[in-house]
Design a protein around this ligand. Structure first.
Ligand code: NAD
Ligand code: PRE
Length: 325
């Protein structure tokens, strides 16, 4: 039986604030700290155990062998890891950062004794700060829990179980597979939303007065806090460059075709199929499978499940209940 640990959340904005609320709702003893006086005060006003002394929150985590969840922006991950190394060096540590490879490197460098299993909930909104948080944010959402060749599966299972207890289903992936996928389905969309919003706004008051569903949906995430979008896109530079090239190639082909024959059929048909693939993936029947975390090839089996689009929905002892595509 995996122990139910206390939870210490560092960073109490949209995501950390949602983790703290959801952990408390799941009956965990949970506390948090943030450098934002206003986020901490808003959390306290709603009865949560929150403050601005990050070092003290981490010392309490060390005393209680709590799970530490880093929910801070990527640019302050290094400095937060220095505090982890000083105040809770052996902590069971996870994070929610939108890019995984730089965080993995930073943990290995700055907090090498931490028992780290990286994470990334694929849920959010364009809002920031404590007030934007929601205990139900992660319900029925994917939450990547990272598996590397040296990941301790007992710790992996504990972090996965935590994500599941907040309502998510777990997608096991390596940092590099995660970063390649989110470049396509999160970071490129954020970049394109920024460009769509810019081009639309350049149309002036007439364009703005006519803007309806397609503009609103295509540009929604352009309203996100610019620092967060910069951090995740610039932090995933290599993978994003590759999908930007892909997108530019397709845009160039569409332009060429529009200019020469006036036809956009190929581009629009391919896009329609892409949207259908997303809908089909969501609606597909999944096959239930059991995976033994004690099996010698468990890491490979879990990663293969994640790479096929499967997910872990429950953990009991050394058994993972999963759904495979
Ligand atoms: N916004 C999303 O949709 C989304 C989704 C999944 C993951 N993430 C990731 O979650 C993390 C947090 O994003 P967010 O959307 O909650 O941002 P946010 O701006 O809403 O919250 C960030 C919080 O961290 C605090 N903070 C900043 N510097 C700090 C420091 N040095 N020490 C302690 N606290 C500090 C801020 O005061 C704030 O409370 C980011 O790494 C982001 O990439 C975001
Ligand atoms: O729904 C939104 O507003 C989001 O931007 C959420 C979103 C995304 O889908 O790109 C943003 C960043 C993440 O790291 C994960 C999820």
């Amino acid at each position: 039986m995996t122990p139910v640990r206390d939870v210490c959340v560092i960073g109490l904005g949209l995501i950390g604030g949602s983790v703290l609320r959801a952990a408390a709702a799941a009956k965990r003893t949970a506390w948090g700290a943030t450098t934002s006086e206003s986020d901490a005060a808003a959390a306290r006003a709603q009865g949560y155990d929150a403050g601005t002394d990050v070092a003290a929150a981490l010392r309490r985590a060390a005393e209680n062998d709590a799970l530490v969840v880093l929910a801070v922006p990527l640019p302050v991950v290094d400095e937060t890891l220095h505090l982890v190394a000083e105040h809770a060096p052996n902590a069971l540590l996870t994070d929610v950062t939108s890019v995984k490879s730089p965080v993995l490197r930073a943990v290995r460098r700055w907090a090498p004794e931490a028992r780290y299993v990286g994470g990334h909930p694929m849920a959010g909104t364009a809002q920031s700060g404590w007030d934007a948080g929601d205990a139900e944010l992660f319900r029925d959402s994917p939450w990547v829990v990272e598996i590397e060749d040296d990941t301790d599966l007992v710790l992996w299972a504990e972090v996965a179980e935590f994500a599941i207890s907040l309502g998510a289903h777990v997608v096991p992936l390596s940092a590099s597979a995660h970063d390649e996928a989110v470049a396509r389905i999160s970071h490129l969309p954020h970049l394109l939303a920024a460009i769509l919003a810019t081009v639309g706004a350049e149309g002036g008051p007439v364009a703005m007065s006519l803007a309806a569903g397609s503009f609103r949906d295509g540009t929604r995430v352009a309203g996100s806090r610019p620092e967060l979008v910069r951090a995740m896109t610039e932090g995933n530079r290599e993978a994003l460059l590759s999908v930007v090239d892909d997108a530019l190639g397709r845009l160039g082909a569409a332009r060429g075709s529009l200019a020469s024959t006036g036809g956009l059929a190929k581009t629009i048909q391919a896009g329609h199929q892409g949207a259908q693939a997303f809908a089909d993936h969501r609606a597909q029947d999944r096959v239930g499978v059991q995976l033994s975390l004690a099996a010698p090839d468990a890491r490979e089996a879990l990663r293969a499940l994640g790479e096929r689009g499967g997910r872990v929905t429950g953990i009991s002892g050394d058994q993972a209940t999963a759904e495979s595509s």
